[in-house]
Design a protein around this ligand. Structure first.
Ligand SMILES: NC(=O)c1ccc[n+]([C@@H]2O[C@H](COP(=O)([O-])OP(=O)(O)OC[C@H]3O[C@@H](n4cnc5c(N)ncnc54)[C@H](O)[C@@H]3O)[C@@H](O)[C@H]2O)c1
Length: 258
């Protein structure tokens, strides 16, 4: 039995990378999915490939009016919204000293304000029906620090905090809100120079699983949180990180890889 049979979902940033893997998996599991992204070509191509169970909408998560259009289009084409995956995100590699106020605000606008608008506006539709699941894609960088990622870490810690508040405010109204914290994932963001998987894996030798994730491995966790399989999870944070947050190896200590 498909785990999202007859469910209706919106996936932001769904045109490529982890979002596209999530869209494909949700459709395969019986959902009808709106791909909401600023990337018109990639989004339209994916929707065409998936047929009438997918619809592409140009969507900028930072824009409230754009959210209103996506919600309206989802409801009129498919019906009431059961699932929202706040996956759209941007990354900025810059030290704090070199980060301008406008750089910082741009990252926060997409990763945090965009997630807030989805939680607020789609959440209101779910609360009205007393059902729904919201999955916020944060990061391991929402649970630890990383040099050169000040704006990004701030946004992802913010997304994690927002998830907890939403879980409290919506949980008693039948809507579950949880966050996913990926480690390194082989996408345009996680592998910006398009290196081979073997090459990228070399940067993860200090992590227990010693490799980068395939986008589908994160999408499967979003599927779990979106589906009734996670019916008692609300305010949870799931690290899908190959063990990165568990610890990094001390070279030469017993138990380290050879
Ligand atoms: N790749 C990694 O290593 C990694 C690790 C942890 C967390 N994440 C998070 O996972 C999510 C997906 O990232 P990805 O790795 O697939 O990267 P990606 O760059 O391939 O995909 C991000 C998507 O977000 C879309 N997007 C950007 N700004 C937008 C906006 N204003 N409105 C709508 N869509 C917008 C992009 O067009 C793109 O399709 C992001 O939130 C990212 O921060 C990624």
């Amino acid at each position: 039995m498909a785990r999202l049979q007859n469910k209706i979902a919106i996936v932001t940033g769904g045109a490529r990378g982890m979002g596209a893997a999530t869209v494909r998996l949700f459709v395969a599991e019986g959902a009808r999915v709106v791909i909401a992204d600023v990337l018109d070509d990639d989004g339209s191509k994916l929707a065409a490939e998936l047929g009438d169970r997918a619809l592409f909408m140009h969507h900028d998560v930072t824009d409230e009016a754009s959210w209103a259009r996506v919600i309206e289009a989802t409801q009129s084409n498919f019906g009431a919204i059961d699932i929202l995956v706040n996956n759209a995100g941007v990354l900025l590699f810059r030290t704090l000293a070199e980060t301008s106020k406008s750089d910082f605000e741009k990252v926060l606008a997409v990763n945090l304000v965009g997630t807030f608008l989805g939680v607020k506006l789609v959440g209101a539709q779910m609360v009205a029906r007393k059902r729904g699941s919201i999955v916020n894609i944060s990061s391991v960088d929402g649970m630890k620090a990383a040099n050169g990622l000040g704006a990004y870490c701030s946004s992802k810690w913010g997304s994690r905090g927002l998830t907890k508040v939403a879980a409290m405010e919506y949980g008693h109204q039948g809507v579950r809100v949880n966050s996913v914290h990926p480690g390194g994932v082989d996408t345009a963001m996680g592998n910006p120079y398009g290196e081979s998987r073997e090459q990228v894996n070399k940067r993860y030798t200090m992590v227990p699983l010693q490799r980068v994730a395939d986008p589908i491995e994160i999408a499967r966790t979003s599927l779990f949180l979106a589906s009734d399989d996670s019916s008692y999870l609300c305010g949870a944070e799931i690290a899908v990180d190959g063990g990165m947050l568990t610890g990094q190896y001390y070279v030469g200590f017993p138990g380290a890889p050879a």
